[in-house]
Structure formats: C-alpha cells, structure tokens
Design a protein around this ligand. Sequence first.
Ligand code: IPM
Ligand code: MN
Length: 351
Amino acid sequence: MKNYKIALIPGDGTGPEMLQEGVKVLQAAAKKFNFNLEFQEFDYGGERYLSSGEVLPAGAVEELKQFQAIYLGAIGHPDVKPGILEKGILLKLRFELDQYINLRPVKLYPGVETPLKDKGPEDIDFIVVRENTEGLYTGSGGFLRKGTPHEIALQESINTRFGVERCLRYAFECCRRRNKKKTLTLCGKTNVLTYAFDLWERTFHKVGEEYPDIQREYAHVDAISMWMVKNPEQFDVIVTDNLFGDIITDLGAMLQGGMGIAAGGNINPGGTSMFEPIGGSAPKYTGKNMINPLAAICAGGMMLENLGENEAAAAVEKAVMAVCAKHIKSLSAGRMGAGTSEVGDLVVSNL
Ligand code: IPM
Ligand code: MN
C-alpha cells in the first residue's frame, strides 16, 4: 500500500479545528481508495511564538522537506503584531520550499449561494495561477530617514525572467490539462507598470508559441476585477503576479461563495507543496465548533490530487458538492445549520 508522509501545521485560531475535519475526510478517502496517510504535527504559530519568541525553529525547513506535502490550517494571532507570523512562517515556507505557484481554483458548487444571483456552477469555474515567490513579496526595499518628516519608504517588485517564465509555463500546462476553454488570461497592469509587466507580457507570448492550442488573452488587473463579477464565465485560467494574485483571489473566493469554501495550493512541482484554506485564522470563532471546515477539506482534496491520488481527490470534491447541495444552509461560520465537526462527518458519510 502506498504511504504518504504529510506534515500538519494546524497553526492559529480556527486553523486546528478546520484541519481536524480535513484529516478526518482524508483518512476516510485513504481507507476507501487504499492508500495510507501518515501525519506528523508541528506547533508552528502564534502560541509558540508568544511562549518562545521563535517563529520557525532552526532546521524546520529542512525537516519539512522530508515530507511529501504540508497541510496547513491558518497563520495569524491577535496578540502578535501583523507581519511577524505571516513573514516568519507562511511566506518563509513558500519561499524556502520554492513553492513558486499559488494555485487557487474559483468554482461554484451546486447549492451554494453566490452574490451573482444569475450565475450558476457552469459560469463560475476558473483557476488563478499566482506567482508565489517574487513580485512585491520579496521584502526588497527599505527606509531612508525613517521617522523624520523626510522619510522615504521603498518597496520593490522583483520580477525575474526565470521566475516569470516558470510560472507562465505552469499556467499554460494547467490550462492544457484542464482542457476546458483552452484560454489563458494574463492579468497585469501594462499601462502603468511598464517594466514588470512588459517582462511578463513578452514572456507570455514567447512561451505561448510553444502552446499553439492555448488562446492567449490579456487584461489589466482593475478590468479583470470587474469582469470576474460581470462575466466570470469568460475565464478558464488566469495567471498573474504575487500581489495581484493575492487580491483577485479574495474576490474569487467571494464569487464561489466565500472563505468557507476557498482553498489553495502552494506548489513546488519538483518539491514539497503546501495546501491551505485561503482565509485567515478567524480567531473570534476559535474553539466554538462554528467555523466552516470545507475550505480546509477542499485544500486536502487538492493535496490528494497533487500526490497523484486523482480518484480520491475527485471523490472528496464530489462529497463536498453533495454536502453543499443537500446538507448545509450557508457556507458562513455559525450559519451552516451544523457545527464544524458535523460538516466534516457529513463529507465523510457522502464519501
Ligand atoms: C494569502 C494571504 C497571505 C498573502 C498573507 C497572510 C501573507 O493573504 O495567502 O493570500 O498575502 O499571500
Ligand atoms: Mn490573501
């Protein structure tokens, strides 16, 4: 029997209770589809930082590399200054493990309410491929004359040909694999960011020559935000830089019903990838059995697909769809008509 070693980072707030339901579903899928999942838990997060002053211990990254995947709950603690845990854990792992793709499907499941009342599951089904190791996220920049009236703050967007090209290539491959509209849309801002997105655009068309079966489209980030709401059905795969990807995937999460269902993968195609619900740690719901675990369960499904367990991944998605369509009232925390663990149980029984 195939055995997968998975690192679990439950993290902060509602992260642990969401992940617990995810693990429940993954174990059920493993049993049904005949493979074995071996989980090892790591206590990285706000509590550990508050008690030890340490975000990630020395050697943590090397240790995590020994796993076939990482399953993450949420990072972010109300008593820790914003940025410390995000940069010290989440971004550090994405960068050090070279998870250069952030993959975020936007897909409306049957029975789920979207703010776009006249759109259905056939209209909202696209994937955002977000570059995950460069752009404005590298921390490049600095202060000059800090704290004085003449202070200057610089924050630089780093775009390398290598980084841009590997991301675009992943997006073309993803579009080909999906085999839906065969359209890849580059989301940029070529009218203002004339260096960064010039590189993106040139590389897009150059790499695109190798994919004659894929149609290339371009849209500015502001326009794409409008079209995601107005005509979501026109999108198949969208590829973009790190910051724009961050922003448009929160919008995408709302189109598919909210943070209760939105999942993502931080992918290093040749290394250790990490899967997480894309929302935050929602500290106010901690321990209340109110948070929706479906986003974490969907992230678990993405992890199975990434491991090559395609049948199990499809079954988890189908079970989630059934739970959305038949069993829960809303995707919002506290309004599901069932608790966190009951929703996990429902997915398992539909599996
Ligand atoms: C996300 C989050 C992170 C990001 C934060 C927590 C650093 O918003 O995963 O989208 O900006 O990438
Ligand atoms: Mn975000």
